[in-house]
Design a protein around this ligand. Structure first.
Ligand code: F6P
Length: 548
């Protein structure tokens, strides 16, 4: 293992920049954004950065030039530069699983050289991409036929977590570019309703399943895959039909074969691709079938352009680094518990859900790389909804509640569906929300509107509520890739500062183990004994009695 991955680090709270930020926070916390803008008329153009067609306005954050200077120093003192180099060069920075972290290799151009254990992985990546393209073309053109000779009209991805959220988010985001005479669905939940509703109006003869699972052992996915097999064979009535209606995406050839899928119909990837970082790997097969290989490659190019930006740009102009540092600033100094992600773009309706796994499975950690309990908050809760729907639901709390919730507003200059003045209204709303949150409305302003005294406190907006605004030209496959890569590298930046392993997920294990044990007890006869507490035992027994 490399020196970078295992080096003993100075504890975060002992770093000079951290201490300086603590002192600095005391001076900044009382400075209102109104005052910061008033004292610097150029703030709204100065505190912005632009890269790869993404305009990032971070002027409405509770920071000064001094805050930025100290945050950038924190990045340096945390070794962010070295850690970026370690990740990009294939060092095993996922130390608890002893794995390299190379989702960036999935979008590296053909000639690139990225070695893992002395072997260049880029040719393999492109070999799989080429096979995916060939398969996608055949399905899209109708050359790939179902068992009875009918054309495939429906594609269902079965997977969960990273093997579902990336594909479904990307499909929804790029629906505009998708093949409209085909149906794409996504089954993830072990709740049978998910499968039943996804298939109720479909014909088995025209339906292809993509079983996506890195491990090919995940209970939910394997259960749904088995049900899909039974559902298909009920009509097709011949085991040989499986080869025409099932393909697998996995790193586990043995389990794929055991399930009965021919490895000729398997698309592989590698242990250095984390589940939540896998949408560019073969896990993106459903995306490629939906939008075609050219659009998929354009998305990869978008990812790659931000990879290069992150790898080479000084932190002061580096979008993901700035985003990550701002997240740390609010989580650790202001005590912000959450971040709201608010895309003003209907096609990005699953983007917040996708980001929840990316951010929270990555940075929901309570020990450092060396196993010490942290004494500062780590990953905040990410959540959100597309605008303007959120405005008529939870924005009240963001504007007038007692919590500080930094917001990410995401907007596009051009719409893919021009309809009258809808788009101007949409954009007017996104700009208005950032303005209202930052500047609010003072009691004097409220009074001047003729509001009776008793009502004034209710109508006051304190303001001083921070937000970022991201403005892109249009939601293209390339833009989607850029947007996702921004967040991936922001998450990485945060993890480096917090000195945690952003690439493992041990926290999901205990629930899985207990569920397996309880399944045995639920399905067995006799009283549930196990070694449960009295609450769990009673729940199990009550369920068993009532379902009879
Ligand atoms: O929930 C834990 C997890 O391991 C995720 O990290 C992963 O994306 C998901 O399960 C699915 O795993 P697999 O692709 O192996 O089925």
């Amino acid at each position: 293992m490399s020196a970078t991955a295992t080096a003993v680090q100075t504890p975060l709270t002992s770093l000079p920049a951290w201490k300086a930020l603590q002192t600095h926070y005391e001076t900044i916390r009382t400075r209102h954004l109104r005052e910061l803008f008033k004292s610097d008329p150029a703030r709204g153009t100065r505190l912005t950065a632009e890269a790869e067609g993404i305009y990032f306005d971070y002027s409405k954050h509770r920071i000064t030039d001094e805050t930025l200077r100290l945050l950038l120093e924190l990045a340096e003192q945390s070794g962010l530069r070295e850690r970026i180099d370690a990740m990009f060069s294939g060092e095993k920075i996922n130390i608890t699983e002893k794995r390299a972290v190379l989702h960036t290799a999935l979008r590296a151009p053909k000639g690139a050289v990225i070695n893992v254990d002395g072997e260049n992985v880029v040719p393999e990546v492109h070999e799989v991409l080429d096979r995916m393209a060939d398969f996608s073309d055949r399905v899209r053109s109708g050359a790939w036929k179902g068992f009875t000779g009918k054309r495939i009209r429906n594609v269902i991805n079965i997977g969960i977590g990273g093997s579902d959220l990336g594909p479904v988010m990307a499909y929804e985001a790029l629906r505009h570019y998708s093949q409209r005479d085909m149906t794409f669905r996504f089954v993830s939940n072990v709740d049978g309703t998910d499968f039943a509703e996804a298939t109720r109006d479909l014909d088995q003869e025209e339906t292809l399943f993509i079983i996506s699972s890195k491990t090919f052992t995940t209970l939910e996915t394997m259960t749904n895959a088995q049900t899909a097999r039974d559902w298909s064979l009920k009509k097709l009535k011949d085991e040989k039909a499986v080869a025409k209606h099932f393909v697998a995406v996995s790193t586990n050839e043995k389990e794929v074969t055991k399930f009965g899928i021919d490895t000729a119909n398997m698309f592989g990837f590698w242990d250095w691709v984390g589940g939540r970082y896998s949408m560019d790997s073969a896990i993106g097969l459903s995306t490629m079938v939906a939008v075609g290989p050219d659009n998929f490659h354009a998305m990869l190019a978008g990812f790659h352009s931000i990879d290069e930006h992150f790898r080479t740009t000084p932190f002061a102009k580096n979008l993901p680094a700035l985003m990550g540092l701002l997240t740390v600033w609010y989580a650790d100094f202001f005590g912000a518990e959450t971040v709201a992600v608010l895309p003003y773009e209907q096609y990005l309706k699953r983007f917040p859900a996708y980001l929840q796994q990316l951010t929270m499975e990555s940075n929901g950690k309570h020990v450092t790389l060396s196993g010490e309990r942290v004494n500062y908050p780590t990953g905040p809760i990410f959540w959100g909804e597309p605008g303007t729907n959120g405005q008529h639901s939870f924005y009240q709390l963001i504007h007038q509640g007692t919590r500080l919730i930094p917001c990410d507003f995401i907007g596009f200059v051009k719409t893919l569906n021009p309809l009258g003045n809808h788009h101007d209204f949409l954009l007017a709303n996104v700009f208005a929300q950032g303005e209202a949150l930052a500047f609010g409305k003072t009691p004097e302003e409220v009074k001047a509107e003729g509001t009776p005294d008793w009502l004034v406190p209710h109508r006051v907006f304190e303001g001083d509520r921070p937000s970022s605004t991201f403005l892109l030209e249009e939601l293209t496959p390339e833009a989607l890739g850029k947007l996702v890569a921004l967040y991936e590298h922001s998450v990485f930046t945060q993890g480096v500062i917090w000195q945690i392993d952003s690439f493992d997920q041990w926290g999901v294990e205990l629930g899985k183990v207990l569920a397996k044990k309880i399944i045995g007890e639920i399905e067995g006869s006799g009283p549930a004994k196990g070694s449960h507490d009295s609450s769990t035992t009673t729940l199990i027994e009550r369920y068993r009695k009532q379902r009879l």
